[in-house]
Design a protein around this ligand. Structure first.
Ligand SMILES: NC(=O)c1ccc[n+]([C@@H]2O[C@H](COP(=O)([O-])OP(=O)(O)OC[C@H]3O[C@@H](n4cnc5c(N)ncnc54)[C@H](OP(=O)(O)O)[C@@H]3O)[C@@H](O)[C@H]2O)c1
Length: 350
């Protein structure tokens, strides 16, 4: 693998996931070499097969256990790694065991990747970006919190002890908060490591997968939410008030590697939305011919234009500092449903 003509080599964990795949695409298109980590060789190969145009700049390393520093040694062995994006983290909202399935891999995995950068990076790693979440920002116990605006200054107050026995959503949110907090604490106690940290905090991420979506069987939890609306009787009730497009989230990660002012900061990438507006926009797209006519009959109608009041999300810093441009929600809705419709057609033929 050659790194000479690229901007450097990113070690990307979780490149096989929904968000990680878009980060991978964005990084390759932005001129980086990328080494994805995966738990197994077939999984790495599956991801690489989605990006056939980049054979010389896309490689993989098998990291069977993201909670083990030593597992990362082969990924750094050739001294190529200059940047790290840590997107791997369990995204499950119905864990069997909160500690085993969520808290341990998320929290330990987050500091282990920093430890590995320090131990095996040969002083070459310049910057680390981690995929955190709006889950790390929001105080769920405050509910709808009408009139409040969440910014990067807010932290989810949930503790490990609460999370260990909480419901799945609370535990997931805690896994993200405690993982991010752990990374900042690690940076605080390792001030001379030679690399900076930026964290990206999106709410629900919608939008397309970077590679061809061939099945709806193992969608990311967030895409599953829009998939669930197809053939549903009702528009889903409010759960979280914010969304981001997968391509905006990817852009934020890659921009954070490049913009000097990104180091030491967390960025919310996201804006307010409601499921009702998603449904309204999908119907509008059907009327305009941007989604198939028959698809309109498979969507609930709900109460057109209804906007239930809740907190707001301020995702403006990511535009001001990193230059990330937000898309129209309509584009996100159309692109997500086009991909889901195509995947369902492929499933029906199989
Ligand atoms: N989608 C959203 O709405 C959203 C919002 C905010 C933040 N995020 C964050 O974005 C990241 C990716 O989420 P996603 O939506 O892309 O979900 P996803 O499609 O399920 O991807 C999760 C990725 O993490 C990896 N992973 C999960 N548990 C792991 C473990 N124990 N060991 C090693 N790798 C593990 C998965 O690897 P395999 O492919 O091997 O399973 C996969 O690559 C996560 O950090 C998530 O918390 C997502």
């Amino acid at each position: 693998m050659t790194t000479l003509q690229t901007k450097g080599t990113i070690l990307l964990t979780g490149g096989g996931g929904f968000v990680g795949g878009q980060i991978l695409r964005e990084a390759l298109e932005s001129g980086y070499s990328v080494r994805i980590t995966a738990r197994s060789a077939p999984s790495a190969q599956r991801t690489i097969s989605h990006f056939p145009s980049y054979p010389s700049v896309l490689s993989s390393a098998i990291v069977p256990d993201i909670q083990s520093v030593e597992a990362y040694e082969p990924a750094f062995a050739d001294g190529a790694i200059t940047h790290i994006v840590h997107a791997a983290s369990p995204f499950v909202l119905t864990p069997e065991d909160n500690v085993r399935d969520l808290l341990n891999p998320a929290i330990k995995g987050a500091t282990v990747v920093l430890e590995a950068a320090l131990r095996y990076g040969n002083g070459k790693v310049k910057h680390v970006v981690a995929t955190s979440s709006f889950a790390s920002v929001i105080n769920i116990s405050e509910g709808m919190r009408v009139g409040y605006t969440y910014t990067e200054k807010d932290w989810n107050p949930v503790t490990w002890e609460q999370a260990a026995t909480a419901d799945g959503v609370t535990a997931y949110c805690a896994s993200k908060k405690l993982a991010e907090r752990g990374m900042w604490d690690w940076m605080e106690s390792h001030r001379d490591v030679g690399f900076g940290l930026t964290t990206i905090c999106p709410p629900w991420v919608f939008g397309p997968y970077a590679g061809k979506l061939e099945s709806t069987k193992s969608l990311s939890e967030s895409v599953q939410l829009l998939n669930n609306i197809i053939d549903a009787e009702n528009v889903p009730p409010f759960d979280f008030g914010g969304y981001a497009d997968s391509r905006e989230v990817a852009s934020a990660h890659v921009r954070a590697l490049e913009v000097p002012g990104a180091a030491g900061r967390r960025f919310i990438v996201g804006r307010d939305y409601r499921y009702q507006i998603v449904v309204d926009l999908a119907h509008e797209a059907v009327e305009k011919g941007d989604l198939p006519k028959e698809f309109g009959n498979r969507l609930p109608v709900g109460k057109k234009g209804e906007w239930v009041d809740s907190y707001h999300i301020d995702g403006s810093e990511v535009t001001r500092v990193l230059g990330v441009q937000y898309r129209e929600l309509r584009d996100t809705v159309v692109d997500t449903y086009k991909q889901l419709i195509q995947a369902r057609e492929l499933e029906a033929k199989a």
